[in-house]
Ligand binder design. Structure first.
Ligand code: 5MM
Length: 340
């Protein structure tokens, strides 16, 4: 893929009013999700579920790309069309998660470093042949007593930069995902400081390793109160602090920023994105979504593993996709939830 095509792909990922659906749950994560609806995580159950997400009529109006897992990119729809082909036919770009998970960081209790660089050049070649236009690698930064350490942030930034360089060499747009977790009892200001340091380190490292910023997409967390914090920041404060943090750290040359939902409720994740776009319509980059849970949860619950629930589950997914599409334009209102 030429530089021009990489840029086109990156821009198409964050096209106006469109976002990304993350369906790249690894085996342990999809098992957790299926446990919540009491179904067994078999290969066929995973295929059935991903089939309904991928073939949802109307999804392409709001979704530019979907992030697949290694197993999923090799599976097919019920009528035998390979999933990547089924996406491309609808005008949705297939993406692929290429990291192999966050593992304990030696010498740093409670901290993780994401692995998966070994053999990545060859895997990317194969994913490209299977139809992948973009890739994803998620680094996890944990807030806690005395953490994160700079060692953890730097190790993860280094891996993200090496991954991004390999993707661009292979003609695949890297989605660079540093996620500061929201599970602790920290205030929003601690999240601000940690996210700021993380993003600054990641972009310094991308720059020093000659990754082309114009051919990269950032996927990151919002600046938000930890789930266990007694004082929960309101929607406007989250919007203001997230935007300030991004303005301080992210080069204007980046084609776009997409958020993960990180355990926020579906509606709150939409409200936060909407508030950012409504209050700050003239940012250097589009702000969009790449949610997993906040798009899928209502759909997963409605489906509950039953074929007869597929149309209702697809409608629930489409509703979240539409709400988030409107949030990209700052045009979402809470009333849209009642109307659903
Ligand atoms: C869909 O979940 C993705 C895969 O996670 P694991 O590798 O842990 O199985 C995950 O990377 C996801 O893309 C991001 O965390 C965003 O998802 P949420 O649910 O936070 O929006």
């Amino acid at each position: 893929m030429s530089a021009e095509e990489l840029q086109k792909t990156a821009q198409a990922m964050v096209a106006r009013g469109k976002g990304i659906l993350a369906i790249d749950e690894s085996f342990p994560t999809i098992k957790k999700r299926f446990d919540s609806i009491d179904i067994e995580s078999t290969e066929e159950a995973r295929r059935n579920y991903r089939d309904l997400l991928i073939t949802n009529p109307g999804g392409a109006d709001y979704i530019s790309g979907m992030i697949l897992f290694d197993e999923t990119i090799r599976q097919s729809t019920s009528d035998g069309t390979p999933f990547p082909e089924a996406l491309i036919k609808q005008g949705i770009m297939p993406g692929i998660k290429v990291d192999t998970g966050a593992k304990d960081l030696a010498g740093h209790p409670g901290e993780k470093v994401t692995e998966g660089l070994d053999g990545l050049r060859d895997r990317l070649k194969e994913y490209k042949q299977l139809g992948a236009r973009f890739a994803k690698w998620r680094a996890v930064i944990t807030i806690g007593e005395g953490i994160p350490s700079m060692a953890c942030i730097q190790a993860n930034a280094h891996a993200l930069a090496r991954y991004a360089g390999l993707c661009q060499e292979a003609g695949i747009v890297p989605m660079v995902e540093p996620e500061v977790l929201m599970d602790a009892d920290n205030t929003i200001d601690v999240c601000f400081d940690v996210t700021r340091q993380t993003l600054k380190t990641v972009f310094d490292t991308l720059f020093s390793m000659d990754v082309t910023i114009e051919h990269t997409i950032l996927k990151t967390n919002m600046v938000i109160s930890g789930k266990k914090c007694k004082v929960q920041a309101g929607v406007q404060e989250v919007a203001n602090k997230t935007v300030r943090c991004l303005l301080e750290t992210i080069p204007a040359a980046l084609p776009g920023i997409v958020f993960l939902s990180g355990g926020q409720s579906a509606e709150l994740a939409t409200a936060h994105l909407n508030a950012m776009n409504k209050s700050y319509p003239d940012l250097p980059w589009p702000l969009s979504f790449s949610y997993g849970r906040a798009l899928q949860e209502p759909c997963l619950k409605t489906w509950a593993g039953k074929a007869e629930n597929v149309p209702a589950a697809q409608a629930a997914l489409l509703h979240r996709e539409k709400c988030n599409s409107l949030a990209c334009l700052g045009e979402y209102t809470e009333a849209m939830e009642q109307a659903a």
